[in-house]
Design a protein around this ligand. Sequence first.
Ligand SMILES: Cc1cc2nc3c(=O)[nH]c(=O)nc-3n(C[C@H](O)[C@H](O)[C@H](O)COP(=O)(O)O)c2cc1C
Length: 277
Amino acid sequence: MRAVFVCYSGTGNTRRVCEALMGELAARGHEAELVPLIRGEALPPLTAERIVFAFPVHAFRAPAPVLAAIGALPPSAGRTVFFVRTSGEPLALNHAAVLAPRRILQKKGYRVAGDLHYVMPYNIIFRHTDGMAARMWETVVRRLPADAAAIEAGSGRLPRVGLFGRAAALAVRIEQPAMPLIGRGFSVSEDCVGCGACAARCPERNIRMGGGKPVFGGHCTGCMACAFFCPRDAVRTGILNGWRVNGAYDLTAPPAEDKEVCRYCRKSYLRYFHSYE
Ligand SMILES: Cc1cc2nc3c(=O)[nH]c(=O)nc-3n(C[C@H](O)[C@H](O)[C@H](O)COP(=O)(O)O)c2cc1C
């Protein structure tokens, strides 16, 4: 079997999960290819037996570039699609993120066979401890055999999205049209050394270097890669600056024990971790 993972990832969480799943599929004798979704780079024809659309949840929805890529697909007579989704919280509200991509795909004749939702560390709002991040990663690794088997079999589960989830996704719908405007307000502090890491990491190719400093353009999706990967924590994210998270997590840290799980949404995180143990 051949699987292609079309992956939109700002700060690397979603990509990391995809690579782990691809490794598991390869170990089972399958071919798996990763196609990063980058602005301006056309997708190859998606002829594999399994197409996986992978993305982070942004404001309870799939990011705009993912919806655009799905919208541009040719019709299909029943090709099998999975979603791989990452989010900072294990809340069911995040399931609303499958609604729009599923609707578009089904209209085009694709068979949406499953949704694999992984909790990964937050890249906005607040920083998880490395222990929490490591516990999340431990859970991903534990899930790999069953999740790869679902992709292999072409049969998985789709979440039920309640009224509350639909309403929440509707309420924050403004995020997608607002982000290009908010992104125009991104800047750098005097700590910027002009290394260009922000420009290199931006999946939207929205940052160019001018006069040795980044210049932020008008099609930001708020993925936060620029702020996250800046080696000097010099990126200022406009009105979202108070939510800035900088620097990679250490997923090899000792995983948080139950008593160390963060207070925020503690019950939901514990339920998520325990359900795979
Ligand atoms: C603009 C934005 C909105 C987000 N919205 C949500 C959300 O609604 N729910 C959630 O649990 N996490 C949310 N997150 C957290 C990300 O989904 C999470 O950290 C994800 O794993 C990041 O994946 P990436 O590293 O592949 O970009 C948001 C992150 C960003 C940048």
